[in-house]
Ligand binder design. Structure first.
Ligand SMILES: [Zn+2]
Ligand SMILES: [Zn+2]
Length: 93
């Protein structure tokens, strides 16, 4: 349910880099991946306040980039900017 809601909300646009999804899936819906900002493995919740819809590139970067901490801060900054902060809650503190 969380995944479906997030993908609906992202509406085919990566929530980190704002790029359109690279391709459509078999069902005609844009392909995006769901990322948990505070990783589930570290106790993050599987809720819409902890999840974003991102393109595969951004998703890999959020996990493996040497700058991943900066990317996470960028996400929070973006949400503050667009007044979506209501949705995304910082669980890292
Ligand atoms: Zn992206
Ligand atoms: Zn992820």
């Amino acid at each position: 349910m969380v995944k479906a809601w997030i993908l609906q909300e992202a509406n085919g646009v990566c929530e980190l880099c704002n790029s359109d999804s690279l391709f459509l899936k078999d069902n005609g819906k844009p392909y995006l991946e769901v990322h948990h900002v505070h990783h589930l493995a570290n106790g993050g919740s599987d809720t819409i306040s902890n999840a974003v819809g991102v393109c595969p590139n951004c998703h890999r970067a959020l996990h493996y980039s040497i700058k991943r901490d900066e990317l996470v801060y960028a996400l929070y900054a973006l949400y503050a900017l667009y007044d979506k902060i209501d949705r995304l809650v910082d669980e890292c503190n």
